[in-house]
Design a protein around this ligand. Structure first.
Ligand code: PLP
Length: 364
């Protein structure tokens, strides 16, 4: 028997969440962002749930190839563009659209031998200072690209640093609008947070680029929950209780004895640990569902096990189901965002860190 742990990818939830993003900015087409192996879910596993997207955005050429192998004939956008000249050969061959964010990438295009003109997304650094040309240098880059026979069509792109926070998108949106006002081409500016929180600022966009929301995590937790945005969890991580301990007052549990019982209590040992992707930084009292009832972890997360308080679920015992995040059999939901917050991180990181050793099943 394999260890009793399982991750489930929920196809219907992916489809539903894609619809949420689409309805937020109804006039825009939707890139489903599937970078990082579809945020840890697996590109092949999410494909069915996301095939209603208008395109797939990612940044690894291997992943682009995998999307083509699944039979996708529509647009694929490389969010970081080419890393070296020969990447452009694959762009030509697989008809990948690609970001151009620096002079070196324009040099590569100029040196690229191709019969098919490329569709490129010229990226503006509107304030995030990661990738892109500053507004002052943007037009020169556009002019240079426009003169290349290798380039067929230029679209305009930027990325917001604070769509999920208090600063918002207004300043970057204004910088982008001003510097692109008289340039032709389609526009794409927003991730999940921008799409859900600032749809008015994205009104002139031809494409939106939701990632995290499509996977059912709130881009701006704890300001808003996934439920607030109408998003459904797309990944459930569940494992069984493989042992039960009865603690007396004063007994401790786990490495370092960080949790001590203040009264007699029953503890369940769950077959999931940090080697499965459950964060070791989750302290005692991180929420967990047992038989669909909300309870808490106690003590340190070990490599292969966590320990949970069975007080709220007296009927639970050996073989009971623990839901670490996602949906329990009775329909109860534990948002990955809550567990992530407890660990001091974001849902993105937990999804992406699901370990290779965890078996994954795709559900309808
Ligand atoms: C990852 C990424 C996105 C999606 O971001 P989310 O916060 O997951 O919605 C959009 N655009 C670019 C350029 C990205 O790199």
């Amino acid at each position: 028997m394999p260890r009793p742990i399982l991750a489930t990818v929920h196809t219907h939830a992916l489809h539903h969440n894609l619809g949420v993003a689409r309805r937020a900015v109804p006039d825009a087409r939707v890139w489903a962002v599937v970078k990082a192996n579809a945020y840890g879910h697996g590109i092949e596993r999410v494909y069915e749930g996301l095939r209603a997207a208008d395109g797939f955005a990612l940044l690894d050429l291997n992943e682009a190839q995998r999307v083509r192998e699944l039979g996708w004939r529509g647009p694929i956008l490389l969010l970081e563009g080419a890393f070296e000249l020969r990447d452009l050969e694959l762009c030509s061959r697989l008809e990948l659209w690609h970001t151009v964010h620096c002079d070196e990438q324009i040099d590569m295009l100029a040196a690229h031998k191709t019969h098919t003109g490329h569709r490129v997304f010229l990226k503006m650094n509107s304030g995030m200072n990661r990738l892109g040309f500053t507004p002052a240098r943007y037009r020169a880059a556009w002019t240079r690209l426009n003169a290349l026979p290798q380039v067929d069509e230029i679209s305009l792109m930027t990325h917001f640093s604070d769509a999920d926070g208090r600063q918002g998108v207004a300043a970057q949106q204004a910088a982008f609008a001003a510097a692109t006002a008289d340039l032709p081409g389609e526009r794409t500016v927003g991730n999940s947070a921008a799409t859900l929180r600032h749809p008015a600022a994205l009104a002139g966009s031809d494409w939106v680029r939701p990632g995290i929301a499509v996977y059912g995590s709130a881009p701006d937790f704890p300001a808003h929950t996934a439920a607030h945005w109408g998003l459904q969890p797309c990944m459930t991580l569940a494992a069984k209780i493989i042992a039960v301990q009865a603690l007396k007052t004063g007994d401790s549990v786990g490495y370092g004895s960080t949790f001590t019982a203040q009264e007699p209590m029953r503890i369940g040992v769950v077959a999931c640990g940090y080697a499965d992707g459950y964060p070791r930084t989750c302290p005692s009292a991180t929420p967990v569902l047992v038989d669909g009832v909300r309870t808490r972890t106690v003590g340190r997360v070990s490599m292969d096990m966590i320990t949970v308080d069975l007080g709220p679920v007296p009927q639970a015992g050996y073989g009971s189901d623990a839901t670490l995040w996602g949906v329990a059999a009775n329909g109860a939901v534990l948002s990955i965002d809550e567990v992530a917050a407890s660990a001091g991180t974001v849902g993105y990181e937990l999804m992406c860190a699901l370990a290779q050793r965890v078996p994954v099943e795709v559900a309808a």
